[in-house]
Design a protein around this ligand. Structure first.
Ligand SMILES: [Zn+2]
Length: 414
């Protein structure tokens, strides 16, 4: 069957703007942290759009939302697509949203064309892809895939000390977390459309990226405990300055990332909290956050080992204590070659140039890969900017991504 697909670009762009206006901050800034007022309002708005499209809605205990277009064989595994609509503070309007509203538009374009799927097609809106509130990214997909146990999820708290359990119930999510995990074989395939969040597609003027591997992050909290004192009174030979120790460690982590032998290795210290933080006081305590990513698990682990060795050396030399807590370390994922081929085939059919590439950012698909064959489709974003208000994806690029996504969902759901 030949599909004549009509992606309604104007409607999609209007919806992206409408969703962006549901924010804790003034436009163009989007701030939508999970289970806050704006997140709940955005969820309700999104559900109404799905109902308008005739989709059947289901919500699980953590708030993952499933909107299903029933296929002719409702017993067969579904074909999934989707992403997230939560946004970190001071973010833009495309991260995640392009995959959610783009997924919905792909379904509507297929409906409009007269296509009838055999396998159901399901739009999935994940809860809390961003780690802002509970300190762990992809909360929804971790629970769906069984990567995070319900017990471990219940122990998570936000900055105010509220537990996941309290916050989700307060937000109206009922049921038990034990019911969230999907049965094996629930999805025949899962495809996520997303902005690249990097500069490669734009730089090479290539409109689409077909993801073959998703890099895996490991993150740590490093606590350094030295000795404080008066900035005038304590002489240099007697000091155990926690911030100076941290500075050495930060540069060593950078070096370990730079010298791994592969461009796919990246290492970042994103937070440095200094105590007591006074101009005339020697820092006695520092907390760092460390994020190390790679597509290759062994190479990434080598950077971690190097960080730990350097910590011990600095600790001994400076007489400070350095304690490293592993927050999470996820394995990288390979995309499913068969889905990658379906995406590539659609690109070739339209003579859209595409780049096979690595996803260096964190995505729900990383976890969905544990329970389903997955693939991702990237579109360019201006300057590679993401997680900032001037994040931008061009309308034509979005529409092109939706078209390829729609054809891929059709091919997979036949
Ligand atoms: Zn995202």
């Amino acid at each position: 069957m030949k599909l004549a697909l009509d992606v309604d670009q104007d409607r999609l762009l209007a919806e992206i703007d409408a969703l962006a206006s549901i924010s804790e901050a003034e436009p163009p800034v989007v701030t939508r942290v999970v289970f806050t007022h704006s997140d709940l309002k955005a969820r309700a708005w999104m559900k109404a759009r799905c109902e308008d499209a005739g989709l059947t809605l289901r919500q699980d205990a953590i708030g993952n939302t499933f909107a299903r277009w029933n296929g002719s064989n409702t017993a067969a595994p579904a074909v999934g697509t989707g992403s997230h609509i939560d946004a970190i503070p001071n973010a833009g309007k495309y991260d995640g949203v392009v995959g959610v509203l783009g997924g919905l538009e792909a379904i509507r374009a297929l409906q409009h064309s007269g296509f009838r799927p055999t396998h159901s097609i399901e739009l999935l809106v994940f809860t809390a892809e961003e780690p802002t509130r509970f300190g762990i990214g992809c909360l929804g997909s971790r629970l769906l895939s069984g990567t995070l146990s319900p017990d471990a999820a219940r122990k998570l708290t936000d900055k105010a000390g509220a537990t996941v359990e309290e916050v989700r119930r307060e937000a109206g999510m009922s049921g038990e977390l034990e019911q969230v995990k999907l049965q094996p074989g629930y999805y025949k395939a899962f495809v996520e459309l997303h902005i690249e969040q990097g500069p490669l597609l734009e730089r090479q003027k290539i409109p689409l990226g077909v993801v073959t591997q998703i890099a895996a992050p490991a993150s740590f909290r490093v606590s350094i405990e030295g000795a404080g004192g008066h900035a005038g009174g304590v002489l240099m030979p007697d000091r155990h300055d926690a911030l100076c120790a941290a500075a050495e460690l930060i540069l060593a982590i950078e070096t370990a990332g730079r010298t791994s032998g592969a461009v796919d290795t990246v290492a970042t210290v994103g937070i440095c909290e200094v105590f007591p933080g006074a101009v005339n006081s020697i820092p006695s305590r520092v907390q760092l956050s460390v994020d190390i990513r790679d597509t290759d698990l062994r190479r990434r682990d080598a950077v971690i080992v190097s960080m730990e060795q350097t910590s011990r050396a600095i600790s001994a030399r400076r007489q400070v204590s350095i304690h490293t807590d592993l927050l999470n370390a996820d394995a990288p994922a390979d995309c499913d070659p068969a889905i990658v081929e379906v995406l590539s085939e659609s690109c070739r059919k339209h003579q859209f140039n595409f780049l096979p590439m690595v996803s260096r950012a964190y995505h729900d698909s990383l976890f969905m890969a544990r329970i389903a064959p997955v693939a991702m489709l990237f579109i360019p974003c201006r300057n590679g900017y993401s997680h900032r208000p001037d994040e931008y994806a061009a309308p034509d690029d979005i529409a092109r991504g939706v078209l390829v996504l729609a054809e891929t969902l059709a091919a997979l759901s036949r």
